[in-house]
Write a protein that binds this ligand. Structure first.
Ligand SMILES: C[S@@+](CC[C@H](N)C(=O)[O-])C[C@H]1O[C@@H](n2cnc3c(N)ncnc32)[C@H](O)[C@@H]1O
Length: 235
């Protein structure tokens, strides 16, 4: 029995790896996370071209629940129980498709932990995926790190205090409710920032953070490039 977490990239189906395509086409079942059982999520839309619809199954998660931990746990338990049931009944390979990379802020970690608790013999593997951070660097034409520069990735939900104490690159995930604070922090540090929303998806937007106004989608990332004065200056 194997459970494979497959990273499907930020949204553009061309950003799936060959290995992801092979695993998704061969798995007996491909589970996908959704908020609403009646609507395809991003991961499902990305894998749809590689997996027959009858092998795709939605698992409902409280993906946007920040306050009610009980609700989150109840969904992890139900999803884990369903995957464990499928693995027991089929003694096969199940995949779980997740946006970006399965080892970076992904629901896959919670699911895998739950399934392991129910089926201690299950083999858990992951197939790495291209992250939103990499997709934004590519879209903006900005190297993430050079030479001795630091690269910091953080979720805005952890707070934005002192995030620009570094001269290195800073990438901010989950910042959709924090754009005004983030814009102010970038300006007061005399830095610039690139904002990328819905990367690789219809409606993709890549622009300077200072121009962002109005409602910001959950799928948005901010990249504050390292201070760079000369070519290879940080080698
Ligand atoms: C739960 S994390 C998932 C991260 C993902 N596993 C990865 O490897 O990039 C969700 C955050 O990832 C970022 N993100 C994921 N996909 C994105 C996309 N297509 N466009 C912009 N940001 C994205 C956003 O910051 C979003 O709030």
């Amino acid at each position: 029995m194997r459970l494979i977490g497959v990273g499907v990239g930020p949204g553009d189906p061309e950003l799936l790896t060959l290995k992801a395509v092979r695993v998704l086409s061969g798995a007996g079942r491909v589970f996908v996370p959704v908020l609403d059982p009646h609507e395809a999520g991003r991961a499902e839309a990305t894998v749809a071209g590689h997996t027959p619809p009858e092998r795709i199954e939605r698992l409902v998660f409280a993906l946007n629940e920040r306050h009610d931990a009980g609700r989150r746990y109840a969904h992890w338990d139900a999803a884990g129980a369903r995957v464990a049931d499928w693995l027991r009944a089929n003694d096969g390979t199940a995949a779980f498709a997740t946006i970006g990379d399965p080892n970076l802020y992904s629901t896959f970690g919670y699911l895998a932990q739950t399934v392991r608790g129910l089926l201690p013999g299950v083999a858990v593997e992951t197939v790495p995926g291209i992250t939103a951070m990499q997709a934004l660097a590519a879209a903006a034409g900005v190297p993430l790190a050079e030479g001795r520069e630091r690269l910091t990735l953080l979720p805005a939900t952890a707070g934005l205090d002192r995030i620009l104490d570094t001269d290195g690159t800073v990438v901010v995930y989950k910042g959709f409710r924090h754009v005004p604070e983030l814009t102010a922090a970038v300006a007061s540090a005399g830095r610039t920032a690139v904002y990328g929303a819905r990367l690789g998806l219809p409606g993709e937007e890549v622009t300077e953070l200072s121009t962002v106004d109005g409602e910001v989608p959950y799928l948005s990332t901010v990249l504050i490039p390292a201070r760079r004065e000369s070519r290879g200056g940080k080698l």
